[in-house]
Design a binder for this molecule. Structure first.
Ligand code: DX5
Ligand code: ZN
Length: 220
């Protein structure tokens, strides 16, 4: 049976109370904390860096999943590894040397993966599959929380699932953007096993009610 993981994105959390927010969302059943890093260069928004990752690290035992929306990629990787990241993903268009960036993440003891924007082809995976621990399919264009799910992402998820199955490797398949109680099952049916949700969880007063409802729809 597929092990499903819910990964709340702290982009929609209350940053004035971040420690409490991550503790509460883990207590509510989060499996992973999704940490969105934006640089106002690769994407038109500016968020949080290694200092904030280090600050929340003692508050949670679950993995911290750092989604880098930055260019260049490499020089920030060691800092996030030292700050307690467990998973680091980046957008292949943002790296001059995709194989080197993946290796750098692994050399720092983290799981490594590539992120695919709605218009980015999965062909970036072709020669690096042996260095991939996680594939992240964007179901919105990156940069902001609260956007609507782009339905074409379902086909992309299914294509990525096929590539993972063919590889025979244990690779997580994560989807990010516009995931809600209502559409999580469709993403799972397409082949995703890890679900990022920002506004759907942090936008509601009862995190556990949302996460429980997501899990109930995954179990159907
Ligand atoms: C968008 C980020 C997402 C975002 C998801 O660039 O990568 O992780 O926080 O937010 P929602 O779930 O609100 O679409
Ligand atoms: Zn993200």
């Amino acid at each position: 049976m597929t092990q499903y993981r819910i990964a709340p994105s702290i982009l929609s959390a209350d940053f004035a109370r971040l420690g409490e927010e991550v503790r509460n969302v883990v207590a509510a059943g989060a499996d992973i904390i999704h940490f969105d890093v934006m640089d106002n260069h690769y994407v038109p928004n500016l968020t949080i860096g290694p200092l904030v990752c280090e600050a929340i690290r003692p508050h949670v035992q679950v993995p911290i999943d750092v989604h880098l929306m930055v260019k260049p990629v490499d020089r920030i990787i060691p800092d996030f590894a030292k700050a307690g990241a467990n998973i680091i993903t980046f957008h292949p268009e943002a790296s001059d040397h995709v194989d080197r960036s993946l290796q750098l993440i692994r050399d720092h003891g983290c799981k490594a993966g590539l992120v695919f924007n709605p218009a980015t082809p999965l062909s970036y995976l072709e020669h690096v599959m042996d260095k991939i621990d996680i594939i992240l399919i964007m179901s919105v264009n990156p940069g902001f929380g609260g956007q609507s799910f782009i339905p074409h992402a379902l086909k992309k998820i299914a294509d990525a699932r096929r590539l993972i199955d063919e590889s025979g490797r244990d690779i997580m398949l994560e989807v990010d953007g516009g995931i809600k109680i209502e559409n999580i099952a469709a993403a799972a049916a397409a082949g995703a096993d890890t679900f990022v949700a920002g506004s759907a969880i942090f936008g509601k007063p009862d995190y556990k009610a949302v996460i429980d409802a997501m899990r109930a729809n995954l179990a159907k």
